[in-house]
Design a protein around this ligand. Structure first.
Ligand SMILES: [Mn+2]
Length: 318
């Protein structure tokens, strides 16, 4: 018997990519997901011959060994992503659609695959990944009113917000539960109006952003700003939304957000929106770093490497 595995990043892009696919091709599947920083998800799959994996919005580089293992066991795999991929093996049962262009997200890749049939969810996802221009371009043929676009943007930002944390204990909802709740709605506007989950996310995000707004930057100039956030659940939840908001307010500036954790920091980097390059290359100079050109992070930066990070950040955006 075939088991279907849907493996997806817990953020808006991962959830909306899966939602688009399952609206078109419904199937009962095992959901494998986690907080946004949990990237090595395919290793949680124990696949047998004939099983089918769909993998969405997690770096191929971090999952290559597990994908190879599943293929060797006789499973097949469809992979959509826009993060740094490394080498992609050729295999008759692997189909990888990977595009690391800075104005693409996984849901836009899935949208291409589906000839735009669930476009509105790709728009939500692109807003969630802070790709406002790409979201607006994708939305053009839908002829939405401005206030509707704003609603989709807020929905994308709220779903994205829900994925941030050290573990699911920090989150409002486990991303698998949030996906299940969204999966009942083909129309995002119905979700916004009818689903109490949305109101809870919106209120929690507003509250966390209010806290973040009271922080002052450690270092700031025209090109760069560095913020340090306390070791607290609200910082871990809001740092992504906060970074995206700073990036939108200061499009010529690069941002680094550091959150204290035992012995060091977790780090989010946003390249300037006006020139969305270099974040991935910067973060990959550190052991647990990775991401994409415009937005990347370091899972754990030991305190002793703070100086090296500060110099690398300055050099990348001088
Ligand atoms: Mn994404």
């Amino acid at each position: 018997m075939t088991t279907f595995y849907d493996v997806f990043n817990g953020d808006a892009d991962g959830i909306c990519a899966l939602h688009q696919l399952r609206l078109e091709m419904p199937r009962a599947s095992q959901l494998i997901t986690g907080v946004k920083r949990e990237i090595a998800l395919v290793e949680r799959v124990n696949a047998s011959a004939g099983d089918e994996l769909t993998v969405l919005d997690v770096s191929f580089a971090r999952n290559a060994a597990a994908v190879t293992k599943a293929l060797t066991a006789g499973a097949s795999c469809r992979y959509f992503d826009h993060h740094y991929a490394g080498e992609i093996p050729a295999h008759p049962r692997l189909r990888a659609v990977i595009d690391t262009a800075p104005d693409v997200c996984t849901s836009l890749l899935v949208d291409r695959e589906l000839d735009g049939r669930r476009r509105v969810w790709a728009v939500v996802a692109a807003f969630g990944d802070n790709l406002g221009a790409a979201a607006a371009r994708a939305a053009a043929p839908l002829h939405l009113a401005l206030h509707q676009l704003a609603q989709l943007q807020e929905l994308g930002e709220c779903i994205n917000y829900n994925a941030y944390g050290n573990s699911v204990d920090d989150l409002n909802y486990h991303p698998a539960d949030l996906y299940e709740s969204i999966s009942g709605y083909a129309d995002p506007f119905a979700f916004i109006i009818d689903e109490p989950v949305f109101e809870i996310l919106r209120a929690s995000r507003a509250d966390d952003l209010y806290h973040a707004g009271e922080l002052t930057p450690e270092a700031v100039n025209d090109r760069r700003a560095v913020y340090v956030m306390p070791d607290a659940p609200w910082s871990r939840r809001v740092n992504g939304s906060f970074a995206n908001r700073l990036a939108s307010q200061h499009p010529a500036r690069a941002h680094a957000i550091l959150i204290w954790r035992a012995g060091g920091f977790s780090v989010s980097v946003r390249a300037p929106l006006a020139a969305p390059r270099g974040a991935d290359a910067l973060c990959r100079q550190f052991d647990s770093g990775g991401g994409r050109e415009g937005a990347a992070g370091i899972d754990f930066l030991p305190e002793g490497e703070l100086g090296r990070f500060a110099r690398a950040f300055e050099q990348a955006y001088s």
